[in-house]
Design a protein around this ligand. Sequence first.
Ligand SMILES: [Zn+2]
Length: 91
Amino acid sequence: MPFGETKDKRKYDLNNCPFCGSVVLKIMKRASDEFPEITPRIVSYYVSCENCGACGPPGLDVEGAASLWNRCIPRPDPIKEAIKRNRNDPK
Ligand SMILES: [Zn+2]
């Protein structure tokens, strides 16, 4: 791994990125622009992978974002799946 684990990764026990396996993960904070009349702004948190740019689902707090990230399951790559199937079942 070219980069070490981030503090957030260790602190919140985040799983490696489900897309690229990276451990360079950061919890980001985002203030919603959708309802500017509501103050304070609605704030959400999400885990972001610094390596591939993947973002986890937004949570209302850091712990929520971390647990949503840890439940992320990468979608299987349809091409890789087809290759695997061909190998297991040659015609
Ligand atoms: Zn990633």
